[in-house]
Ligand binder design. Structure first.
Ligand SMILES: *Cc1c(COP(=O)(O)O)cnc(C)c1O
Length: 736
């Protein structure tokens, strides 16, 4: 968008122009811009950004451009492209299809872009920084905090001592490109450069603003990909290096990176670790950048990994006073909404007009609206707080084993595991090998205990991925041992004792003999011992008896020389009700998600539920008295009733029988469900709620306004427990 703006600045000196505008992406941006085309316009400068294969050809067919410009290829590409090459080919199409009397402007410094010249029928001009070879070159570059200076060479001509208010060396590509396009339309470089000197930074694109305490705030919150972020960091390093200035870098998630998410964020984190004085991340993906910085041995006190805008601000305040020696760079993708961080840091609140997405708040939020009719939102900031609250309850010495089985109780295992590990958990627990592998594939290296049966056939993967299994049967343990030996490794294990639950585990009376036999299995390492309570949320007598039995097993084993690294028994309920059961580790699931196991085992105030299930209204209409609703006509309207149809049903995990959830939330009010639940639909009565419309957000589980429907409310209605309510929201409902 900066390049479009720069070209427009130059062409507008001679011609009436129309330039690309609007918030839509991909080819949809064209009609959004062209709707503003009038007969007076002589030139239109349009952004051709492709979000999926085939889109470039469609745009070329529709527009048939005369001039094509490629400044760089994004390192990242959307999920819709198979790989970066496919994306590059798609982009190159624009250059190939230019007419012979047209112009291609290409970056000389990017190999892939420069090589597009080979297939161009049009005249080609290349632009480059420093070095030789390009047709237009910027050199003697001076990177400053308020402007960028440079000399320009075009053929034999030299234009010295030029500058632009745009910040960062990378912006010079836009400047050179605009000069090149000007040349094609017979606008002299001097004239073009004069126009470009007046071009101000756009909101959210390296826009310098007056920050708190006299600091310099660089708002770069409009969008982010690894390339633009690395370029912004290069500028930050150049202006702070060897000076008193402190470099503060606030990074939100860079979105739409698809398969490049992990690597892209890590690259940025590594770069930040080289010079940044304070690095604050916000969100799960940005956390990867924070992690990468720590992995590069950046001092932990200089890195803060957070999950909410508020935590970013808290962190900035906690670290140290912001002064005129600080330069704060704020960057993130559109959904990270990092302009809200910038807003809070402004010295003059009136400057908020200069922030992106400010005038278009409604447009931006509708743009970010989910495309699926029903979705689950996870509040990772709440989850992070819950994890820290657990650590506060148990004390720092106790290892927190975060239980993320069943897709983290329906919350999404990878995001939850990452959040838990960054906030104090040190071990993860899952139920099966495939759950463990999902975490490993996401790059999570923490130890993982599988608390359920693992087939012997999986042993090779278990060993290779350094997973921990549960032992409870001698024959199975012997088979594991053989398989581990064949795989050429040592299997890590925890032994589970059945102390009175009657489920998985070695009977307490047989434990000593079991351990004696295990001694002979050389490819098995015993890292821990554990048991599980059946009544810690209710009957503490039985739980105490289980605890006594467990100790009667552990104590003699330790006396005879077993040195368990982990001894654990407590689930959420026991963590709350039975402090004596903490040993040196606790296995917590439900509490982490912000729910209490029972009325007798309540979480303290500090905990909040992290999951909200939402849908949207599909239709609103008025039915006459006596009209049936849904399959089987089980409901008939008593009077004239306004009803709304919701696009969600039992195929999403919304229970049909023998009882359904009873009610949902619309506009902060309860609306009763009427008739039967269908596979993908249900109907509610909204007679009492005015102004209900298609597309309105509906909360099935969670809070809306001051009202809420908790997992416990639903569990009471359905005759079950909150655990089942959470885990039966089907995986096909997307988590975000
Ligand atoms: C599920 C599970 C837990 C966690 O229980 P919560 O009540 O959710 O804290 C702990 N240990 C084992 C063995 C489990 O299967």
């Amino acid at each position: 968008s900066i390049t479009v703006e720069a070209i427009n600045h130059v062409l507008a000196t001679q011609y009436p122009t129309l330039q690309s505008s609007g918030h839509l992406d991909g080819r949809l941006k064209l009609p959004q811009t062209l709707a503003k085309l009038t007969p007076e316009h002589r030139m239109a400068i349009l952004e051709f950004n492709t979000t999926q294969p085939g889109e470039m050809q469609a745009m070329i067919d529709a527009i048939q451009p005369q001039v094509g410009v490629v400044t760089n290829l994004r390192l990242a590409y959307t999920d819709r492209f198979e790989n970066p090459d496919q994306f590059a080919k798609e982009t190159a199409l624009m250059i190939e299809k230019l007419p012979p009397d047209g112009l291609a402007v290409l970056s000389y410094d990017d190999d892939q872009v420069r090589e597009m010249a080979i297939r161009a029928a049009a005249r080609v001009l290349t632009v480059g920084l420093e070095g030789f070879g390009a047709d237009l070159i910027a050199y003697n570059i001076v990177v400053g905090t308020t402007r960028t200076g440079f000399d320009l060479r075009y053929g034999d001509e030299r234009f010295v001592g030029r500058w632009t208010p745009l910040l960062g060396k990378h912006r010079l590509y836009s400047i050179l490109t605009a000069v090149a396009v000007g040349v094609h339309y017979e606008i002299a470089p001097t004239e073009a450069l004069r126009a470009l000197t007046e071009m101000q930074p756009l909101p959210g694109r390296m826009n310098p603003l007056n920050g708190n305490g006299g600091s310099l705030l660089i708002d770069d919150s409009f969008s982010a990909d690894p390339q633009s972020t690395l370029a912004a960091l290069e500028w930050l390093q150049a202006v702070t290096e060897g000076s008193q200035q402190r470099a503060i870098f606030v990074l939100g998630n860079m979105d739409n990176l698809g398969g490049f998410t992990q690597r892209g964020h890590r690259m940025v984190g590594q770069r930040a670790s080289e010079f940044v004085d304070m690095f604050i991340t916000e969100g799960t993906d940005a956390a990867l950048a924070g992690r990468a910085a720590l992995d590069q041995d950046m001092e932990p006190r200089k890195v803060a990994i957070t999950y909410s805008i508020q935590d970013v601000l808290n962190q900035l305040q906690a670290t140290s006073k912001i002064t005129s020696d600080d330069i704060i760079l704020v960057k993130g993708g559109p959904s990270a909404r990092m302009e809200l961080v910038s807003q809070a840091l402004l010295a003059d609140p009136a400057d908020e007009r200069q922030l992106p997405r400010n005038a278009q708040l409604t447009e931006a939020s509708s743009f970010l609206r989910p495309t699926h009719p029903s979705w689950v939102e996870i509040d990772l900031a709440a989850l992070a707080r819950n994890v820290r609250a657990i650590k506060d309850l148990t004390g720092p010495e106790i290892t927190l084993i975060a239980v993320v089985k069943a897709d983290a109780y329906g919350h999404g295992a990878v995001a939850v595991a990452r959040t838990a590990l960054l906030n104090g958990a040190a071990y993860l627990a899952v139920s099966s090998i495939n759950e463990a592998l999902e975490l490993r594939e996401a790059g999570i290296e923490a130890p993982i205990l599988i608390v359920n049966y693992v087939p012997v056939q999986a042993m090779r993967q278990v060993v290779r991925q350094n997973l921990t299994v549960t032992l409870y049967d001698l024959e199975l343990a012997r088979a594991y041992n053989r398989a581990a030996r064949e795989a050429g490794g040592v299997l890590k294990s925890h032994v589970k004792i059945d102390t009175g639950m009657g489920r998985l585990g070695v009977m307490a009376g047989e434990a000593v003999a079991f351990f004696r036999h295990l001694l002979n299995l050389n490819n098995i390492e015993i890292e821990g011992i554990y048991t599980h309570f059946s009544t810690a949320d209710d009957d503490l007598d039985h739980a105490n008896e289980q605890l006594r039995v467990f100790k009667s097993v552990v104590t003699p084993l330790r006396a005879s020389g077993y040195n368990f690294k982990y001894i654990h028994a407590a689930n959420t309920a026991a963590m709350l009700t039975l402090p004596a059961s903490h040993f040196n580790a606790v296995r917590v699931g439900l509490g982490m998600y912000g729910l209490s196991p029972s009325a007798k085992a309540r979480l303290p105030e500090a905990f909040t539920p992290a999951l909200t299930w939402k849908t949207m209204i599909a239709q609103v209409k008025t039915l006459p008295p006596g009209h049936p609703v849904g399959y089987g006509n089980t409901y008939r309207t008593a009077t004239q009733e306004r009803i709304a149809v919701l696009p969600v049903g039992y195929a999403n995990g919304f229970r049909r029988s023998p009882h359904h959830w009873g009610k949902v939330l619309v506009q902060g009010e309860f609306a009763p469900i009427i008739g039967r639940i269908s596979m993908e639909k249900l109907v509610i009565n909204v007679s009492q709620i005015p102004e209900v419309a298609i597309g309105d957000e509906v909360v099935l589980l969670g809070r809306q306004g001051n009202a809420r429907i908790t997992a416990d409310d639903i569990a009471d209605r359905l005759g079950t427990i909150s655990y089942e309510v959470l885990t039966t929201i089907l995986p096909r409902v997307p988590r975000r």
